[in-house]
Design a protein around this ligand. Structure first.
Ligand code: 2M8
Length: 442
């Protein structure tokens, strides 16, 4: 493919543009995920956004997480979207109807009825590292920590149906990797009923159709929302009745990592020791679940379709989940590290930048522009970089950082990028890409 001409900003200019992007996405009450495509607060985006903000103004970073926490459901769930007043996104608060149907959902702000990956404790760790000692960070540790504890407890209580530590998602949106080929098989069993209310997609007005999920996929996404509405978003009934229920190995690895991080933060800030022990126990169990999902035949970890009772061996970047949380025997772990850096992934010779794309370019399922089916996502590279650093793989982490900065130095802050040409795709001025640039420039 032809590589389009790109601008190159030096690090000072790039940091300034990233700061300007975050400021531009601030609507007065929240920093939205992107100006037009996503004019609301998304749970895991906000965790990442708060890290970038911490470099600019730590009080603002704390406030952003507090805004998200203020929308926490009474039962502990952190919702996947906190809605602003902007109507430009579908499905909006009316279609979800969470507050009307479930007494645990807040009336204000309005929220969706599902959740997203639990990366928030990692953000808190990073904010403490950047701005520790400031009164706002102390307040976040004192008041925010128990909220994160309750969020993790909610996941254990409601999303571990077999008690093995493998956490389940009830919608592809909960994985954050909406249309990843990981979910093709489980979604094939989601059959929208004739009573699916009509709707109009608004995402197509902003992003090219070829870079977004198809209409058939959207029907399934919306059908799952209908199924959840029927049981009024009751957490356990959703798990019992949803036609999509998958043990997500990537979410589970993030949970294991974040629980460990939260435990350490709790020790440092004098939280009750029984809660800290409990967090470490959850982390251990989920690490074991991630390691048990490892498939020696492919060298990757698998998801588990809880409805069909089958492992899902689709090869995607999520298969490297054990590198996030640890737990594999050293030989398997080393092999996995070599694979992610090797010619099928970050070391593929045709890549614009040496960071692993969402699907390997050598895979027949690879689609270079199609959202979670091939493009490269800086925010996921950041997660691996952070985990590598903590694991002591500093050279590998440094390389991810350098390569990712080369990808984003055009200053567009694309939502994701064409892995072979470096063309920005999806939304531009995407907050979480700006935040990754800011953190990696410091
Ligand atoms: C994407 O997901 C939303 C639905 O939640 C969408 O496509 O409308 C995903 O990339 C998700 O991971 C992300 O949090 C969200 C906002 O950036 O966009």
């Amino acid at each position: 493919p032809v590589r389009p001409a790109r601008r190159r900003f030096d690090s000072v200019q790039l940091a300034a543009r990233a700061a300007w992007t975050l400021g531009g996405n601030d609507n007065g009450t929240m920093i939205t995920a992107a100006p037009r495509l996503y004019p609301h607060m998304w749970s895991w985006d906000t965790a990442f956004i708060s890290i970038g903000l911490a470099h600019l103004n730590v009080d603002r970073a704390v406030r952003e997480l507090e805004t998200l926490f203020a929308a926490q459901w009474r039962d502990g769930m952190l919702p996947h979207i906190v809605f602003s007043e902007d109507g430009g996104y579908f499905p909006g608060p009316q279609r979800w109807g969470a507050a009307e149907l479930n007494a645990d959902a807040p009336d204000s702000p309005r929220t969706s009825g599902i959740c997203q990956p639990p990366v928030h404790a990692i953000a808190l760790r990073r904010i403490v590292d950047i701005g520790g000692g400031s009164p706002a960070v102390d307040r976040l540790l004192t008041d925010g920590w128990p909220k994160l504890y309750r969020w993790h407890e909610w996941l254990v209580r409601h999303r571990d149906p077999h008690g093995t530590g493998l956490l389940a998602i009830t919608h592809g949106w909960e994985s954050g990797m909406d249309n990843s080929p990981r979910w093709d098989l489980p979604y094939a069993a989601v059959i929208p009923g004739p009573d699916l209310p009509p709707y109009e997609r608004l995402d197509r007005r902003v992003a090219a159709a070829a870079e977004r999920p198809s209409d058939a996929e959207y029907d399934r996404y919306l059908w799952l929302v209908e199924q959840m509405r029927k049981v009024r978003y009751d957490a356990d009934q959703v798990v019992r009745t949803s036609s999509f229920l998958v043990g997500d190995v990537f979410v589970t690895a993030l949970f294991a990592l974040a629980s460990e991080v939260l435990a350490t933060l709790g020790e440092q800030s004098g939280q009750p020791s029984w809660r800290i022990r409990q967090l470490r126990g959850w982390a251990r169990r989920s690490r074991v679940a991630v390691a048990s999902a490892y498939d020696p035949a492919t060298g990757l970890a698998r998801d588990y379709d809880l409805r069909a009772g089958t492992w899902l061996s689709t090869a995607t970047l999520a298969g490297f989940a054990p590198l996030l949380c640890g737990g594999l025997p050293a030989a398997d772990e080393n092999r996995m590290l070599a694979t992610i850096l090797g010619p099928d992934w970050a070391g593929h010779p045709d890549l614009f930048a040496a960071i692993p794309p969402s699907v390997s370019p050598n895979d027949p399922a690879f689609r270079a522009r199609e959202y979670w089916r091939g493009p490269v996502w800086p925010v996921i590279a950041w997660l691996f970089g952070w985990a590598f650093e903590h694991h002591g793989w500093t050279a590998e982490a440094a390389r991810l950082r350098t390569e990712c900065l080369r990808l984003v130095e055009d200053g567009t802050f694309g939502e994701y990028y064409h892995p072979l040409t470096g063309e920005p795709l999806g939304s531009q001025q995407q907050s979480w890409t700006a935040t990754v640039a800011l953190d990696w420039l410091h």
